[in-house]
Design a protein. Sequence first.
Length: 635
Amino acid sequence: MLSTRQKQLLAKLIESSQFMTVEFLAKWLEVSTKTIRNDLDALTSFLEGRGSSLKRTPGKGVLLLANSEEKEKIIESLELTDSFLDRNVQLTMISLYLLVHKKVTVQRIADEFFLSRTSVQHLLREVEELFDPFGLQISKEVRKGLFIYGTERSKRKAVFYWLTRQSTNLDTVSKWLAVNESEQTLAMEWMASCEQERGVMYSEESKQSLMIFFIWWKRRAEEQQMVFIPKKQRIKNPVTGSVSAYLAQLSGDQELLENELNFIHQIFDQIKVVKYKFEANDLDHYKKEYAFCRYLIDQISSILQVNLSADKKLMNDLMYHVKSAFLRIEEGTEIDNPYTEEIKIRFRAIYEMVHQITLDIGYRLIAAEVAYLTMHISSAMERSNNKRYFPNVIVICTTGLATSSILMTKLEHIEPGFNLLRVVNSQELEQELDLGEIDFILTTSKLPAQHTGNIKTYRVSPLLLDDEKAKIQHEAHKIVNRKQLKRFNEVYHQPTSVVPTLFDEQIHYRHTQDWHEAITIAAQPLLEAGYIKQGYIQEMIMSVERNGTYMVFLPKVAFVHAHPENVCKEGISMTIFEEEIMFGSKNPEQVKIIIVLAIKESHNQDFLQLYRYLENQEVLDQLMHVSKEKWRKKN
């Protein structure tokens, strides 16, 4: 049998596709390196005969060698729940367990989550911190167990919030509640009636969360655990579908009904919509939200010089999201967005615009909300077919009309798109390069390096194979992002362009040729000073592996960051390397400077300040000159 810690270690290895050092794993589990090595020996024995194994390489770390099916079998055989895979999930599930049960003991939690009583006691301190924003407290009474104290509204808000988290295991919560078929049917009827009345379709994922919430809510209501909503927060004629008929049968108290119906109306307002019938300006009660969306669209249209205001779908999509977002702001709850870090990397320009514009008009949105708004606006940009920010591309073809024809046809169907300037032969290339700005060159045959200078050149088959298509798509998206970011920087004056302050007010100079090691080196000052945890470094490396080199927003400068859960306090660190590094595995870029951003939230201004500072070529040249002098004196 494996211990709980060994199961946690195995779960961490299952979810990672990269080598992890023993030191990293030791710090993650808060044990010694000797303990980790002993645990790895135990895991090696456990995996024998199971079709998988551990690869332990000095200097690199440990990696689980197993395909998807083998990993699934390991998870099933050990009953590795999500609680083992992620500590945050474990805390969320324990929080829900406390809220949906009337009486809970430490021993019951220990049995449910395969933990020791001591571990539960430690975890409960962190759970109490999760309860604080909702105004809830855990009371421990001798021989009685644990009780949650707070208002009914606070308890409901907390349960709804955690049920809608991406990481919550809803099947487990259903088992806790012993949900029966008749309750499921009734909850589904309530949702269907509200969809019809509101003219929307809710996401399947949201419906499952809402169904469980309604079953729990129904039991609370039947026990006369009723909610109170302040009069200024109530609206007339709340839209709740057939829930209103159920409540009318439950009680004839009009004050009670008004409170409950307004609460349910707010719950329905927060559910994710995938389809709708009514346009944004047909929605009642949302004048403030409409003004917000209109201002945001108009501002971005002006900055990017594209008419997004004519896109009715964008306005409608934004309204359905923003009305929920504003309610979340009022309620003090947060939405989960699993794509936030990827959006911040791939669509950084629009992300920064959304954040800055909303901040200027008084809305301090969390990163997840900014990312969702960015997704809506980025989709509208693609629908606009505006080619202003597309990369300028020349195609060189030396084999004939058929070859160039099929390649050009293939390129026309690639997102985000290209400004295909023309098809030329190799003899015409030099003249063409003198005529205007070229972002990159596509060629069907090998070209001498001196013909293309410093311009990126991709050799492709005229049939445009999948890996070739992915590579030039990646390059095209990067260029669109950079051009939009440059435009934003030129026309939007709000962010200050003062010289940014590094966390320790110094620039670091190092040497390596391995980009994995370079990120580790660049993050070391932040790690040693307690700004980040060890896991932040691994997450940054995995982000580059997953997303490619979108974070190289300026030539030779990489801005790297990861999910904020491993950030202790915000700070930045800049490292200049002796020689340029081939940075990244997918479509690598030459990088000389790595900036590590330890960012907790979307309102951190370090990125824009650094971008503005380093976009100045004189500043960049001075940094490079100083680094050369540093290495010259050293050698």
